[in-house]
Design a protein around this ligand. Structure first.
Ligand code: G1P
Ligand code: ZN
Length: 544
């Protein structure tokens, strides 16, 4: 087999966003586009030292083609060993687990997360480092810089690897091992959770759950863990057959895109527990009967009750949340006497804190929760954690959350997304807000008083790296907040995210509808940011 050097010219749009390089499939299909980016990764990361690379994706359209290309470029760049998920499959948390278990120097994960899949939809490539987590900004920036000047890549000529075969295969000098995508991850879950107790609950007559894999990567993981290991009836596993286009839907577990599941759980005679995960298996949504758990509350409840779960029985070292995530977990940390860190949006900012042992649990309002067991958010882990809490406490989802509110107060929370708005208008809006920041503290809008206003900047406490311009943060008297930022994961136009929050200590006022409880914050955001003026929209496209 020969290594072929190919001449190429740089593309100028290969800067990784919040979570890797995400583009339309058609963009990735351009000649040399994927190849350039992969070569840029290998030019930045030393892959020749005899190490192992982990490779897999969420199974979306173009997954298999991309894997064949990456294998050949890896071989031509001297990677000694590649662990590839069978069929090209690895959920994002499973990839993180495999990188860590096998001491790999890194991994390449193919996914556009919760974005739709198919020939006209999205694809993505993300590089993870040896701790199993997303590459930090200095690495992604170096990859981007390299992509701007690249003039060639090396690729091995030869036949495709049989991703469904037993392996191992040799690609030139590179050994490609085909691994069971579910095995390492399942063993890890068995170590953290009380599988015996869970099995008892899931096979019991008075418990009914629904897990919706949204035709995405977690189908086989759910079949193994909930089905084979824990005995959940087949009828409780929904859409567990993965499809390259996710059945034509957004594989995003929220109130809009997992509507059938939500409707089933909101039936008064519905199941006790419902959950869904996203395209690459890292996001989760948790539902009880007639009850939706906001991801911010989920993190807080997990932190407050972690001692009930075997893997966390010795207590948690600290917690972290992304800046737009509600302050519910901060109150738990205060009670437990542990540190709580506020990081910019994106999982990569948790990595250093986890590696340094500063935190055990972390999460984002965007349906992401996880712990130090991997370096990614982990959808199935969150579902198992909740199930373990239900089994250990004997309480229902709604009882656990409403008890929590009684103790800590309720943090009303909602996110309003304005998707696909004009990029220039959205940027102009953020610039105008940024300029107005100094004039905001002390100002009243309706009944609300602004007490602080800034553009969030973060200094990593471990390595001192600084991330600026991470979102406009407006603090309100009484503990409420309004946060506004532009998405870093979209592939078309801009997405404006408005995060709304208020804190209510009085249990008599906890049953209110969040949109009503947050009406004043919603009005404040519209007025201060002049959302309609800049975006032409008078209402969000998605409310969660
Ligand atoms: C979104 C979420 C963010 C998450 C990321 C990757 O990024 O808001 O919390 O880490 O997806 O799943 P955004 O589009 O807001 O940049
Ligand atoms: Zn995801």
């Amino acid at each position: 087999m020969t290594i072929k050097p190919i001449e190429t010219r740089p593309f100028d749009d290969q800067r990784p966003g919040t979570s890797g390089l995400r583009k339309k499939v058609r963009v990735f299909e351009q000649p040399h586009y994927l190849e350039n980016f992969i070569q840029s990764i290998f030019d930045v990361v030393d892959a020749t030292a005899g190490g192992t690379l982990v490779l897999g994706g969420d199974g979306r359209y173009y997954n298999r083609e991309a894997i064949q290309v990456i294998l050949r470029i890896a071989a031509a760049n001297g990677v000694a060993r590649v662990l590839a998920g069978r069929g090209g499959i690895l959920s994002t948390p499973a990839a993180s687990c495999v990188i860590r278990e096998h001491g790999a120097f890194g991994g390449i994960i193919l996914s556009a997360s919760h974005n739709p899949g198919g020939p006209d939809a999205d694809f993505g490539v993300k590089y993870n480092i040896g701790n199993g987590g997303p590459a930090p900004a200095d690495v992604t920036e170096r990859i981007y810089a390299r992509s701007r000047e690249i003039d060639g890549y090396r690729i091995l000529e030869g036949d495709d690897v049989d991703l469904d075969g037993a392996g191992p295969f040799m690609l030139g000098e590179t050994r490609v091992e085909i691994i069971d995508p579910v095995a390492d991850y399942t063993s890890l879950m068995e170590k953290l959770f009380d599988f015996e107790r869970l099995r008892e609950m899931l096979t019991g007559a008075d418990f009914a759950m629904r897990f919706d894999a949204m035709h995405a990567v977690n189908g086989p993981y759910a079949a193994e863990i909930f089905g084979a290991r824990l005995g959940a009836p087949a009828a409780s596993l929904l859409r567990c057959d993965p499809r390259p286009d996710f059945g034509g839907l957004h594989p995003d577990p929220n109130l809009k895109y997992a509507k059938a599941l939500v409707d089933e759980l909101f039936d008064p005679a519905g199941p006790n527990f419902g959950a869904a995960t996203d395209g690459d298996g890292d996001r989760n949504m948790i539902l009880g009967r007639e009850f939706f758990v906001t991801p911010s509350d989920s993190l807080a409840v997990l932190a407050a009750n972690a001692h009930l779960v075997p893997g966390y029985a010795d207590g948690i070292a600290g917690v972290a949340r992304s800046m737009p995530t509600s302050g519910a977990v901060d109150r738990v940390a205060e009670k437990l006497g542990i540190d709580c860190y506020e990081t910019p949006t994106g999982w990569k900012f948790f990595g250093n804190l986890l590696d340094a042992g500063k935190i055990t649990l972390c999460g984002e309002e965007s349906f992401g929760t996880s712990s130090n067991h991997v370096r990614e958010k982990d959808g199935l882990w969150a579902v198992l954690f909740w199930l373990n809490l239900l089994a250990a406490s004997g309480r229902s989802v709604s009882e656990l959350v409403t008890d929590h509110w009684r103790e800590f107060g309720r943090t009303f929370y909602s996110r309003h997304d304005y998707e696909g708005v004009d990029s220039d208008g959205a940027s102009a809006m953020i610039t105008a807000l940024r300029d107005a920041l100094p004039s905001l503290p002390g100002r009243r809008v309706g009944d609300l008083e602004i007490v602080s206003a800034d553009d969030f900047a973060y200094t990593d406490p471990i390595d001192g790296s600084v991330a600026e311009n991470q979102g406009i943060r407006i603090g309100l008297a009484g503990g409420g907040r309004v946060v506004m930022r532009l998405s870093g994961t979209g592939t078309e136009g801009a997405t404006l995210r408005v995060y709304l929050e208020s804190h209510e200590p009085d249990p008599a006022r906890h049953a209110r509808d969040p949109q009503q409880a947050l009406a004043a914050q919603i009005a404040l955001a519209a007025e201060l940011a002049r959302i309609e003026h800049h975006t032409g929209r008078d209402a969000p496209t998605v409310i969660t």
